[in-house]
Design a protein around this ligand. Structure first.
Ligand SMILES: [Zn+2]
Length: 86
């Protein structure tokens, strides 16, 4: 039986979300999106150079798309629309 002890410091967990860990088994599932941590922000962005990210007055953070969806963020209609256009 393998036991892994996890330090129960929520502040550290917050810091760690900034770093995307690359696991070879799940590399295709890692889809990094960018969010503004401001309370008014409700979107996630495919690029940190999106105008929506640039207008962020708080910290811009890279997280996984799954995490962004858990936070009830919806896809930014600026950068995601640009991506879909051929
Ligand atoms: Zn955007």
């Amino acid at each position: 039986m393998l036991l892994i002890s996890v330090a129960s410091c929520t502040e550290q967990e917050e810091e760690q979300t900034k770093m995307v860990k690359v696991d070879l088994n799940s590399i295709t599932e890692i889809d990094t999106v960018w969010i503004c941590t401001g309370s008014a922000a409700k979107r996630f962005h495919s690029s940190d150079s999106c105008p929506g990210v640039n207008s962020c007055t708080k910290e811009v953070k890279g997280i996984t798309r799954g995490e962004a969806e858990k936070k009830r963020r919806s896809a930014c209609n600026i950068c995601y629309r640009l991506e879909e256009e051929e």
